[in-house]
Ligand binder design. Structure first.
Ligand code: PLP
Length: 396
């Protein structure tokens, strides 16, 4: 017999992937331009040119055995130094390269972190709606995922509910801002309030509670006044799980890092547990070529103006049509209230108009659909009449 949990995970397709595959089949039947696929959060803007220029330079100039060889397991020291120098300068913090661990993207950062901090039965709080893989990573690491819904009016933290949900077993809380799937950003006052609640709970229970800050969308914000606070500045026991997948459009190359906040209690112990978890999960080291690329691309992003245009057009048009949407400050998703209670039925109904929208249940909350607007702007324009027909169909 194989491991039952692993079998079940491999056997259950993700709702998002299934919809994507359905879209491919529909395109073959009704034509590429007539299907409006909003399923997958795959960046649609190419990487900034500095990415390929740096890679070509490295391939031409760096000695091959070193370029393609193992780096140290925690990541190349010069790369970690460059990352920390950039972070310290950008966010006025005082982080340390010895507390940075290079990973294969945010998914690896998260699963390593969970395995590093969790003992059997420890609880991790996820604020719903949340990235569905949190449950997989937490439960496989022996933890219990406790779901705390956000406020429905703005998808910000419901602090009363959160305060009641924290117990002596709470080992951490995952925050993801800008958020997948809502696009909502937690601003400075929210992070400050969260920090003081967690500090009070640490005192009350005499425990350590970590903020796991899942940050693949950190740079994806569209208005000057939207500032994404650097969490280590506000709360000591912070572990940042970062990824370059979305900011420079490299999700297939698998590169990111974990940063243990310099003020984290027993930071070195936490870091060693991270290194041990990475080792036991078989990561060995993050891709060497992409590690060496990082010092040259820090501070660069893909051209985000296209996502901004997509967001503005979709948000305005759909709210004008009568859809209810939380205002998305960042990431590349819209979280839209379904027009009937059952989001699965609503998403099925939307297919009648060739609109592929992801039902919300796998994000830990019923009654919504997610729209990934990292799409060709022309497809978005073509899809607008379909959204109108869909809402009119419900008004009949
Ligand atoms: N966390 C969130 C919230 C995400 O949306 C994603 C990917 O979509 C990940 C983590 C995983 O990102 P990566 O591709 O860097 O593993």
């Amino acid at each position: 017999m194989v491991n039952e949990k692993s079998f079940l995970l491999g056997n259950t397709g993700s709702a998002i992937r299934e919809l994507f595959e359905y879209g491919k089949k529909r395109k073959a039947i009704v034509g590429e331009d007539n299907v409006f696929d909003y399923s997958i959060g795959n960046p649609s803007i190419p990487s900034p040119s500095i990415v390929n220029e740096t890679l070509i330079k490295l391939l031409k100039e760096k000695e091959a055995t070193s370029l393609h060889g193992y780096t140290s397991a925690v990541g190349d020291l010069n790369v970690r130094r460059a990352i920390v120098e950039y972070i310290n300068k950008t966010y006025s913090v005082n982080e340390k390269p010895e507390l940075v661990y290079m990973t294969c993207g945010a998914a690896a950062s998260l699963t390593i972190t969970m395995n590093a901090i969790l003992n059997k039965g420890d609880e991790i709080i996820a604020l719903a709606p949340f990235f569905p893989e949190y449950r997989v990573f937490c439960e496989k690491a022996g933890g219990v995922l406790k779901v705390v819904p956000c406020r429905k009016e703005d998808f910000q933290i419901d602090f009363d509910l959160l305060a009641k949900s924290i117990t002596k077993n709470t080992k951490g809380i995952i925050i993801n801002s800008p958020n997948n799937p809502t696009g909502v950003v937690f601003k400075e006052d929210t992070i400050k309030k969260l920090a003081s609640l967690l500090e009070a709970k640490e005192k009350e229970f005499n425990t350590d509670i970590y903020i796991i800050s899942d940050e693949p969308y950190r740079e994806l914000v569209y208005d000057k006044e939207t500032i994404v606070p650097y969490v280590t500045k506000y709360y000591a026991n912070t572990i940042v799980c970062y990824s370059f997948s979305k900011s420079i459009s490299l999700p297939g190359e698998r590169i990111g890092y974990i940063l243990v906040g310099a003020n984290c209690k027993d930071a070195i112990t936490v870091y060693k547990a991270i290194a041990g978890a990475g080792r036991s999960l078989g990561f060995v080291c993050a891709p060497a070529l992409f590690q060496y690329m990082i010092p040259s691309i820090l501070g660069h992003t893909s051209d985000l103006s296209i996502y901004k245009k997509n967001r503005d057009l979709l948000y305005k048009t759909l709210t004008d049509y009568g859809y209810q949407i939380a205002f998305p400050d960042g990431a590349f998703y819209l979280w839209v209230k379904a027009l009937e209670d059952d989001a699965n039925k609503f998403a099925e109904h939307a297919k009648k108009f060739e609109l592929l929208l992801v039902p919300s249940d796998s994000f830990g909350m019923g009654g919504y659909v997610r729209i990934a607007y990292c799409q060709d702007p022309l497809m978005i324009e073509r899809s607008l009449p379909a959204f109108k027909k869909l809402i009119l169909d419900y008004k009949k």
